[in-house]
Design a protein around this ligand. Structure first.
Ligand code: NPW
Ligand code: ADP
Ligand code: K
Length: 509
């Protein structure tokens, strides 16, 4: 799904009004009615106090439409107009008049702190103060109102986006922003919904298709995509009946050191469980018995050093090589990575200490084969590209790095971002149970496996990240977050691939 900017959404809005020959008020009615339907479906007429806070722009207009429908369906609604300015939008005014017709209980005007209502724990608050039109931080008494709502413990539903969030920049640490429990957003998710600094404001997210012109949207150039089940399925390459193990990749995993052999075991298990035909490992000698026992399907070569990697098997003919998990950063292991980079022209996957070695030896970056995949977590990323001021600057820096070195970066997190030059792919699978040692090692194995099976590196990264999260979701569904182990994610890869094609088994995310 394309992630559109506020500007693109406004354009689509105008084109829809023109092409469908409707007024902007009718479009607002359509969008806000969808929000009402969702609320009605969940509340089923429950007599709980609903407090709707409306701004004076079109987000406020949506709030007034929602209020009208809720009142007409017998809900206990109180409407507040957060009168932060006198420039009421036309559609706000039209809906203000419509509301007056159906109730004597007219909106309460809030113009200062003294007008604030009491908000109680059991209230259902609808935030329709600001949407994509916010152009400066919320200040003064409006900021105080935002804090009052946040501190109320009431359930908060945000319309289009939580008030206080911008669509194209982060709000700053002390800014007043609604902390929603649930966000119902129109037509397209916004980039800020997925960034580490701002994702916590969103709560659960649902995107409503408000019927903006499909043709116009399909022609819009977007560089940012949300990857859900539908997008993942489209990347899948089916196996051929007439095939053999040589068709599914000869993978080489290089890693491990004394005390960290488990990392390569996880990576290799994930690679084989993702469909690799032939999986070999190059490890320090101390890992020999561990791998042969733990993963008899894998083949092994060992370094002459017992405890760490000192070299790289240059003559080994692999389709794809993965380097880095559990390696450490000893000078001798730096040499191993150097030899690997000198010996390879095809894309490689670099993770963990492989990334730390790159950060300590920046001259190696130029040696990375084109379209190699780097999989940093935020700490590794910082060492690689330097610190950033906010998430938007981080994305710009990563794009620049990706272009400069011709590589793909998988920036791991609650929403993992795969960045290929100017393109951003945001992952929508996964859960907090995956915040457990070794789950990154598993991801590297999955991506390496897919490259070995003939996926383009960027597709291997995007699809691999999705499958990794999906396997984590399936595992969490079975055993909960707390006891989820990285090895479970690897072992459940088969279920994840199957779930891609099962309609009922998993909710399409
Ligand atoms: N296209 C779609 O998908 C559809 C969109 N729809 C809905 O429209 C929403 C966008 O509406 P919108 O453009 O009227 O902007 P909105 O967010 O209501 O606020 C703008 C007002 O706030 C003001 N202002 C800004 N910052 C401020 C501040 N810090 N403190 C105080 N004031 C501030 C600014 O005035 P300014 O002073 O800057 O001139 C202006 O008056 C969108 O989110 C969605 O809900 C649907 O109805 C239909 C389909
Ligand atoms: N809260 C979360 N939600 C979804 N995925 C998560 C969450 N926390 C971690 N993950 C995923 O788990 C993996 C952790 O990787 P990493 O930090 O490299 O772990 P390790 O070094 O222990 O292998 C990443 O793929 C990341 O996206
Ligand atoms: K809002």
């Amino acid at each position: 799904m394309k992630v559109l900017s506020a500007e693109q959404l406004s354009g689509a809005d105008k084109e829809t009004i023109r092409k469908q020959n409707i007024t902007s008020e009718e479009l607002m009615e359509r969008a806000a009615t969808l929000v009402f339907n969702e609320i009605n479906q969940r509340l089923q007429g429950a007599p709980i106090p609903i407090k709707i806070f409306c701004g004076i722009g079109n987000n406020g207009g949506d709030g007034l439409v929602i209020a009208r429908h809720l009142i007409q369906h017998g809900y206990h609604v109180t409407v507040y107009v957060v009168n932060y300015s006198d420039k009421r939008s036309e559609d706000f005014l039209a809906n203000y008049e419509k509301l007056k017709v159906i109730t004597n209980d007219w909106p309460h005007l809030i113009k200062e702190e003294d007008h604030f209502p009491e908000i109680n724990t059991g209230d259902f608050v609808i935030d329709a103060m600001f949407g994509i039109g916010l152009n400066r931080p919320i200040e003064g008494w409006v900021a105080k109102l935002v804090k009052l709502i946040n501190n109320s413990q009431a359930f908060i539903l945000a319309v289009d986006m939580p008030s206080g969030l911008f669509s194209d920049k982060t709000p700053g640490k002390k800014a007043a922003v609604i902390e929603a429990n649930y966000t119902l957003s129109f037509q397209s998710p916004k980039l800020v919904f997925f960034l580490p600094e701002t994702m916590d404001y969103i709560g659960d997210l649902q995107v409503l298709d408000i019927g903006l012109d499909r043709e116009y949207i399909s022609k819009l150039i977007s560089e940012t995509f949300l990857i859900g089940k539908q997008e993942a399925v489209s990347l899948y390459i089916p196996r051929k009946k007439n095939s053999h193990k040589g068709d599914y990749g000869k993978v080489l995993i290089v890693g491990g050191s004394y005390g960290k052999i488990g990392s390569v075991l996880l990576t290799a298990t994930a690679a084989l469980k993702t469909g690799t035909g032939l999986c070999s490992l190059y490890i320090p000698e101390c890992g020999y018995d561990i791998i042969q026992t733990g993963l008899p399907e894998a083949m092994l070569m060992t370094d002459t050093d017992k405890k760490m990697l000192t070299t790289y098997p240059k003559d080994f003919d692999a389709d794809v090589v993965c380097f880095g998990m559990g390696v450490g950063t000893d000078e001798k292991s730096v040499q191993a990575l150097k030899e690997l980079l000198q010996a390879n022209n095809d894309p490689v996957v670099i993770d963990a200490d492989g990334l730390n070695i790159l950060s300590n030896n920046k001259e190696f970056l130029k040696m990375l084969p084109k379209n190699s995949v780097l999989t940093p977590h935020p700490g590794e990323l910082k060492r690689l590209i330097g610190a950033w001021e906010d998430d938007f600057q981080k994305l710009e820096k990563v794009k620049k790095f990706s272009k400069k070195y011709n590589v793909i970066l998988v920036v791991k997190g609650a929403h993992t971002f795969t960045i290929d030059r100017e393109y951003i792919y945001i992952n929508d699978s996964g859960n907090p149970g995956m915040a457990t040692a070794g789950s990154g090692d598993v991801l590297s194995g999955i991506i390496t496996s897919l490259i070995g099976q003939g996926y383009e590196p960027v597709n291997a990264a995007v699809f691999g990240v999705y499958l990794h999260g999906l396997s984590g979701d399936i595992t969490a569904e079975e055993i909960g977050y707390e006891s989820l182990l990285a090895g479970d994610i690897a072992r459940n890869m088969g279920k994840a691939v199957k779930a891609l094609f099962e309609r009922e088994s998993m909710e399409s995310k």
